[in-house]
Design a protein around this ligand. Structure first.
Ligand code: HEC
Length: 185
């Protein structure tokens, strides 16, 4: 074969390659290659792969204490100390102003999101049920967890005893403290 012939063969091979590449590129462009979110088949006995975005199982809700037993035993003075953490946003005194958050005088037993002159989030204003020991205990553990979308940007008090001490103090900051329920036997 002379070199002309070789040139033709090489040319043909290159030409074919280019055609193949062009077809592949345009096919990729047309049919976007997406990995399926879930494998299309499930093999029995093979545990499904956990993806990072898989929702975590919701943590079991903390059981509520028997307030009639634990509140009388709570440490009111320790609760007053904890309340200083609230004071960067809340005034606790009678007739005191609204700050970043509403005035909290008498909040235990007060109808939710009703303090005059405070602009509540729609999440908070979605209910006007009175605050109870139960609901405050859960709200103060995780404000966002209980009132999703609240503008109270406070992470919450994870310690159950801290919350009980605080509630025991907060209830005293009222003209008519919410009665402590009788202990359940
Ligand atoms: C970083 C500021 C901030 C801190 C700290 C904070 N709060 Fe709040 N709190 C707010 C805001 C803002 C609101 C109004 C929430 C809304 O409208 O969604 C609020 C609302 C509340 C409500 C509802 C009041 C009502 O009238 O219904 C209670 C109860 C409450 N806070 C208690 C506390 C307690 C107790 C603490 C301390 C452990 C605390 N907050 C700490 C900002 C704060």
């Amino acid at each position: 074969m002379d070199s002309w012939e070789w040139n033709k063969i090489i040319g043909a091979v290159l030409g074919t390659l280019i055609v193949v590449l062009v077809v592949k590129f345009s096919a990729d462009a047309i049919f976007e290659n997406q990995a399926p979110a879930k494998p299309g088949y499930i093999v029995q006995g093979v545990p499904e792969e956990k993806t990072a975005s898989a929702p975590q199982a919701a943590p079991a809700e903390e059981p509520l204490p028997d307030f009639g037993t634990v509140l009388p035993a709570a440490d009111v003075a320790a609760g007053k100390d904890i309340s200083t953490r609230c004071e960067q946003c809340h005034d606790l005194s009678k007739g005191g102003p609204n700050k970043i958050g509403p005035n909290l005088w008498g909040v235990v037993g007060r109808a939710r999101a009703t303090h005059p002159g405070f602009d509540y989030s729609s999440a908070m204003a979605a209910s006007h049920d009175p605050w109870t020991y139960d609901t405050l205990f859960r709200f103060l553990k995780s404000p966002q967890g209980m009132v999703t979308g609240t503008k109270m940007s406070f992470a919450g008090l994870s310690s159950e005893q801290d919350r009980l001490n605080l509630l025991a103090y907060l209830r005293t900051q009222s003209d008519s403290p919410l009665p402590i329920p009788p202990p359940k036997k």
